[in-house]
Design a protein around this ligand. Structure first.
Ligand code: PLP
Length: 439
């Protein structure tokens, strides 16, 4: 069975982010329940990365599955430029009610990259519509990842995986970050230096910046790089004071991933845009939202069609995605879910120091349900192709653990249904995997 499927896969499929010539065989998934994926040979694989950070409540959660099935039998898709429907309005109301007060307008798209692209395009047009044509520059944070479309790649150029497309990208001004970890003594100095660099930049170019974009509190694909809330707040406030719009890319951090429902709430800072995707449907369907303020929305109102935001996708506000989003939001807002997220963080706080004591393990860091360390084998290797990451990935595959290091960064980002017993297994496995690197 498995070998047949894998042979057919090899003939017809092109996998994302994969060097097919050297990559191990993909997992032939046949079903998934809770945190466990079952493959075609009956192996049970523990999903410790929420299937690329999209899954919140476990796989195939019956409440979301039922909502999608019901919606599919009722209203599956209509053109959103001409129609509206209750699932879309319910979800927009539900999300706006949770975000800081000025964030009330929801624009739907299909994935994290488009959520970012929409915010960047809105920011440019906002300035133009207001007659402020000079504001065309973008500011981004060093080490950021914002997705794989051209605008998102431009903003995330410093993550270093887009070099081949450099000629397609537009110029974005990358500002220094101040990533930190437990026991980091240099953090105050790093933050002061990064904020001084931003001050110097804004003194020269502040009135030409359309928008700044940042992954608030945790940079995901860049290696689970975490910063302190006060740094994010100071950074954001300087940009807002210069008249720039600020975009929080909460594609990964949203929907409880950092314990609090959104990073902007955890850091107590209000941006002009919040980009949401990944967890928005609980991991069921592709869906995204760009949420902004009435002030931004009002700048697009006019007798003139050209002042409207002439952007959309064929499946914008797909009712199945919205139905999944509403069902997922209901689960997310239950007291049991908040409690479990807090318990996952407490588990990390108890277990991560043990891992961090091992040879080669550095920079332990935790934010909400995410825990990460950096592995240094002495080869100095970093980046997504680092051999240590590929070696560990193979080790975890053999252990039936879906753990996928980002280069030399080993991290857990489990679904909220994960049990303490499953977390214990994952930490045991990571301990053996890291020890094996030096054996
Ligand atoms: C994954 C991710 C994106 C891109 O989302 P896709 O749905 O993969 O296009 C953008 N920003 C952040 C912070 C992400 O983690």
């Amino acid at each position: 069975m498995t070998s047949d499927l894998l042979a057919r896969d090899r003939r017809v499929i092109w996998h994302p982010f994969t060097q097919a010539q050297t990559a191990p065989e993909p997992i032939a998934a046949v079903k998934a329940q809770g945190a466990v994926i079952t493959d075609a040979d009956g192996n049970e694989i523990l999903d410790m990365i929420s299937s690329w950070w999209v899954n919140l409540h476990g796989h195939a959660h019956p409440a979301i599955a039922d909502a999608v099935a019901h919606q599919a039998h009722t209203l599956e898709q209509v053109i959103f430029a001409t129609c509206t429907h209750a699932p879309a309005v319910d979800l927009a109301e539900g999300i706006a009610a949770l975000l800081p007060e000025p964030l009330t307008r929801v624009f739907y798209s299909d994935n994290g990259s488009t959520a970012v692209e929409v915010a960047m395009k809105m920011a440019v047009q906002y300035a133009k519509n207001r007659g402020d044509a000079r504001r065309t520059r973008f500011v981004a944070m060093e080490g950021a990842y914002h997705g794989d479309t051209v605008g998102a790649m431009s903003a995330g150029v410093s993550c270093g995986i887009f070099d081949v497309w450099g000629g397609m990208l537009f110029s974005v001004d990358t500002m220094p970050n101040a990533p930190t970890w437990d026991g980091d003594e240099a953090v105050d100095a790093k933050e002061a230096k990064a904020l001084a660099a931003l001050d110097a930049y804004l003194a020269e170019h502040g009135d030409a910046v359309a928008a700044a974009i940042v992954e608030p509190l945790v940079q995901g694909a860049g290696g689970m790089r975490m910063c302190r809330p006060a740094f994010l707040k100071a950074w954001t406030e300087k940009l807002k004071a210069a008249g720039a719009l600020v975009i929080f890319d909460e594609v990964m951090t949203g929907f409880g991933r950092l314990g609090d429902l959104f990073a902007c709430l955890k850091a107590q800072v209000t941006p002009d845009f919040v980009c949401l995707s990944k967890g928005i449907t609980g991991g069921f369907l592709p869906m995204a939202a760009t949420v902004t303020t009435e002030a931004v929305y009002a700048a697009f109102l006019s007798e003139d069609t050209a002042k409207a935001f002439l952007h959309g996708h064929s499946y914008t506000a797909n009712p199945l995605g919205c139905a999944a989003g509403n069902a997922s939001l209901k689960l997310l807002l239950s007291p049991a879910c908040a409690q479990r997220r807090a318990e996952i963080e407490a588990f990390h706080r108890a277990a991560l120091p043990g891992l961090a004591k091992l040879r080669g393990v550095n920079k332990p860091r935790i934010c909400g349900t995410i825990a990460a360390v950096s592995i240094e084998t002495g080869s100095g290797e970093k980046g997504l192709g680092a051999a240590v990451g590929l070696r560990l990935k193979e080790f975890f595959k053999a252990e039936n653990m879906l753990i996928r290091p980002l280069g030399n960064v080993l991290y857990l980002l489990p679904p909220y249904c994960i049990t303490d017993a499953q977390l214990t297994r994952a930490y045991d496995s990571m301990t053996r995997g890291v020890k094996g690197l030096f054996a």
